[in-house]
Design a protein. Structure first.
Length: 230
């Protein structure tokens, strides 16, 4: 088989189509290297379909990370704006980079994977909010710190999520049943998310009260607005 023909077949298979007859095939058959239900050709990609799918979407991270760093550095001039930028950036990365390979998973594993990653994303954004609030009084360095922390959290989420999805694709290819931790982890993450949310709210209230009492000019005015006092 010529190199160009092999590459063409791989591209078709990554789109959910048989490399030989170009007919649509079940994701489970392609993921597990089974014969095509239409022509009987074996659906195999060197290195494994899971790895190829993850690598195909993974290159977007090289675009996302510099954009996030640049946007948060500029947005750092406005208090709390870097937190909003990171929130939007991680949501877009989740929707267009992380979730795409999950279409190859079976229904049960796809649902649990999405739930786990959504909870992890929520916790990282809550942590980023806490950091942005804590550095708010430090005018001048807060922009740089918020940018660096936000970019690092974005990198951590995307890299972890891609590795997690790749692992779930490998388990699906081996036809492994759902393990206990895949169901138990969401319950643990929900509990941790509740604690993080409560901590975030408490941090906002305490910091706003401290800034209001400190009389730091514009920072105290923002604090007064947050606590609803004139």
């Amino acid at each position: 088989m010529e190199v160009w023909e092999r590459e063409h077949r791989q591209k078709l298979l990554l789109r959910g189509r048989c490399g030989r007859c170009a007919e649509t095939v079940p994701s489970s058959a392609a993921l597990r290297g089974r014969p095509c239900p239409h022509c009987g050709d074996r659906l195999v990609i060197p290195g494994g379909l899971g790895q190829q799918v993850s690598q195909r979407v993974g290159f977007w991270r090289l675009v996302i990370y510099p954009l996030v760093l640049f946007a948060t550095l500029l947005g750092g001039l406005i208090p709390l704006l870097p937190g909003l930028i990171i929130f939007v950036a991680t949501l877009l990365a989740h929707a267009f980079v992380v979730r795409r390979p999950m279409r190859w998973l079976g229904p049960a594993r796809r649902i649990t994977a999405r739930f786990n990653l959504s909870l992890a994303l929520a916790m990282l954004n809550a942590l980023n909010l806490v950091v942005n609030l804590l550095i708010l009084p430090f005018v001048g360095v807060s922009a740089v710190v918020a940018s660096v922390v936000g970019t690092v959290l974005t990198v951590i989420y995307v890299e972890f999520a891609l590795l997690f999805v790749q692992g779930r694709l490998a388990a699906e290819a081996r036809e492994e049943p759902l393990k206990a931790w895949e169901w138990a982890l969401p319950a643990g993450l929900v509990s941790l998310l509740v604690l993080t949310t409560v901590g975030s709210v408490a941090s906002v209230a305490l910091l706003a009260h401290a800034l209001q009492m400190a009389d730091l000019g514009w920072a105290s005015e923002i604090a007064s607005f947050l606590v609803g006092s004139s």
